[in-house]
Design a protein around this ligand. Sequence first.
Ligand code: FAD
Ligand code: SF4
Ligand code: SF4
Length: 474
Amino acid sequence: MAELTKKERVAIPAQQMPERPGNERNKDFKEVNLGLSQEQAVLEASRCLQCKNPPCVSDCPVSVNIPEFIRLISERKFIEAALLIRRDNSLPAITGRVCPQEKQCQSRCLRGKIDSSVAIGWLERFAADYLAAAQAAGEVSAETMAAKSDAIKVAVVGSGPAGLACAGELARMGYAVTVFEAFHKAGGVLVYGIPEFRLPNDIVEREVQQLKSNGVVFETNVIVGRTVKIHELMEEEHFKAVFIANGAGLPSFMGITGENLKGVYSANEYLTRSNLMGAFDRNSDTPITAGKKVCVVGGGNTAMDAVRTSIRLGSEQSHLVYRRDLAQMPARIEEVHHAEQEGVIFDLLTSPIEILADENGWVSGIKCVKMQLKEADASGRQGVTQIPNSEFIIECDQVIMAIGIKANPLLTAATPELNLNAKGYIQTDATGMTSIPGVFAGGDIVRGAATVILAMGDGKKTAESMNNWLSANA
Ligand code: FAD
Ligand code: SF4
Ligand code: SF4
């Protein structure tokens, strides 16, 4: 096909992601977005202006070669496109679904100055799913490799995106990699935090299986710091280097009266019980009492996941209580739209000051105050302040706190040689190495709560540093 002129590209309208209707999908956990068709993907890719100095690439934390993979899709070279993405991003089916694209690669896309940005994330997902389907059908052989019997042993602690990316890179370099995971299932937040209606577990499982085919060994139900200590891994089990990627899984609370009442959950517990422990099944060992009227406090992705899960678990009314306004909400824009379509009630500029109880100690409501935005500070962010005498009560029988997470101190407390910052996160040098020689760290346990792609980027970059360090020291 002849090269399109700029005029022809500009005339192509933005494609819409096919999705299941809100009133159908809010009753189950199946994926909301259905994926672009081949025709849609080619049209969307043809909207790209193929910029000479593409700002989209500099806004992607792992610098995916965006114009080139999009050009390949526009030429129907779908497998080549996916393989090109994988050079920089080992988990494209995942990032294509969960990256905050509107704040990253798509934020300064030059097509956005004409009408709307190219849907880079949707195209990334399309190419990755196409490659996976071709591999499953045996049309393309999946990569397999095994570590040599004399390969140097390296340990990875935690199987979230940072751990998976690091393990993949190290295996590719020929190391014998073992990933130690505290849960019974690998994937970190990708499986226990993000619900299946956004990221189906089998997609994460596919990546874990691929790593296993490449020789990575997964040891689940191992809590490093308790089951085994870092120095035991190195001195007794002969791992020559360790990458710590245990995330930041400790929930935060507001410190208001009533947070210990029956019917109050942290989003972390609520989502883990739903996603990983089958709590939606009444016969499971760990069911959740479905709230009739649920209030989720927070405005990030975790809050959005919890409130949309509560609807699927059968609530009659689900509220999202957030102290700022919609424009300042940190959640991905797509999730906010989906939550609105599914019937979530947004109580914005509202902050809880007390959780109220009935005579049996169960939640009966939350007392809130209305907030107002202040002038923007030097960083451009607007603070909020309470409106005097604005107290009111939202009646509810369940409250889910989703106001942030902190570093889990279990591993670090058991490893006192690790230098931590004031908030308990692990300190590393520019190469990712901690205060213990040969022990590296990355992802949320170093950055604080961040994103999947930043965690993956840390895993990939630190694998290179580990390789350099091992070449000189092992
Ligand atoms: P994690 O993914 O937290 O993985 C750490 C792993 O280490 C876990 O499996 C844990 O069980 C294991 N572990 C912990 N301690 C030990 C130990 N002592 N021994 C062995 N194993 C241990 N980001 C986005 O980009 N887009 C989104 O849409 C998005 N949605 C989110 C929704 C929710 C509900 C949450 C909680 C987070 C979300 N994030 C999102 C953030 C993103 O998931 C995290 O930034 C990312 O997963 C961090 O990766 P990680 O590998 O550092 O840690
Ligand atoms: Fe965009 Fe994320 Fe893909 Fe980078 S990895 S191109 S930020 S969707
Ligand atoms: Fe294409 Fe937008 Fe990147 Fe330009 S900035 S190359 S239009 S995706």
